[in-house]
Design a binder for this molecule. Structure first.
Ligand code: MN
Length: 250
């Protein structure tokens, strides 16, 4: 686990004491600057480093796509948030879950920008975290929940892929997990996040063309099928346990 992730988890754990009946949990930005991808990315928001090489998912996701997706697209969301934070420092000191869960509190002039860029930052932070080489298979509580709520692994993956395929234009397909551990499939357009609805994503797949176009061009269904080879199920199990404990951040 990276030091940044560890800080996030520790911060989230520290916020637990304040969590009561509300499902909202705390996820503060790391305050310490990390090596920035670009000069524009310096500031309180940081790009979480990948914990695996960019070629880790060949041939399912090519190295160039990973490099651009993480180092350019995600980095741009981070850089844009740092620009917003210059005049609005509260964006960086308020937990991401709280900012996205209360967008009405963000100044109107930057609200759409924060929705898009902080949403993108949160979605991609989750995305890199749930992927990993040698990802294994779902087991234990997660597998039991998939069987109970989503009709078993095969039906779940078919339905998830279909939902991702139906998402018109750019967006995401998620598995939402509630505090009781119940799972459901939902999609969002653009960089909208389930956090905006006070919900938590167990996993999500990015169906923006930037996630697959170099290798798959218009063949999004092929990408959706291949992506399952990149999922780190041990990490998904950790997130599932955290969701039930009320400590899952982004
Ligand atoms: Mn993306």
């Amino acid at each position: 686990m990276s030091s940044i992730s560890r800080r996030h988890l520790m911060t989230a754990a520290a916020g637990l004491a304040a969590a009561t009946a509300a499902p909202r949990t705390v996820f503060a930005q790391a305050a310490a600057p990390a090596p920035a991808a670009t000069a524009a990315a310096t500031g309180p928001f940081t790009l979480p480093p990948l914990t695996y090489p960019v070629n880790a998912f060949e041939p399912h996701i090519d190295a160039k796509t990973m490099e651009i997706h993480h180092g350019k697209h995600h980095a741009a969301y981070v850089a844009n948030m740092n620009t917003f934070a210059k005049d609005n420092p509260q964006l960086a000191t308020t937990p991401v879950t709280d900012v996205l869960g209360n967008l009405g509190n963000v100044p109107e002039a930057i609200r759409t920008g924060v929705r898009n860029n902080l949403g993108g930052h949160a979605n991609h932070t989750m995305f890199w975290q749930i992927m990993g080489p040698k990802g294994g298979k779902p087991e234990g509580d997660v597998l039991a929940a998939i069987d109970r709520d989503l009709g078993g692994l095969e039906k779940f993956q078919t339905d998830f892929n279909a939902a991702g395929g139906r998402q018109f234009g750019s967006g995401w397909v998620f598995v939402i997990v509630d505090k009781s551990g119940k799972l459901s499939i939902e999609t969002r357009p653009n960089q909208d996040s389930p956090l905006m609805d006070g919900k938590r994503a167990l996993i999500g797949n990015d169906v923006w063309e930037h996630a697959y176009y170099l290798n798959y061009q218009n063949r999004r269904p092929d990408y959706l099928k291949a992506w399952w080879n990149t999922v780190n199920w041990a990490k998904v199990s950790e997130r599932y346990a955290a969701a039930k404990a009320g400590t899952l951040g982004v």
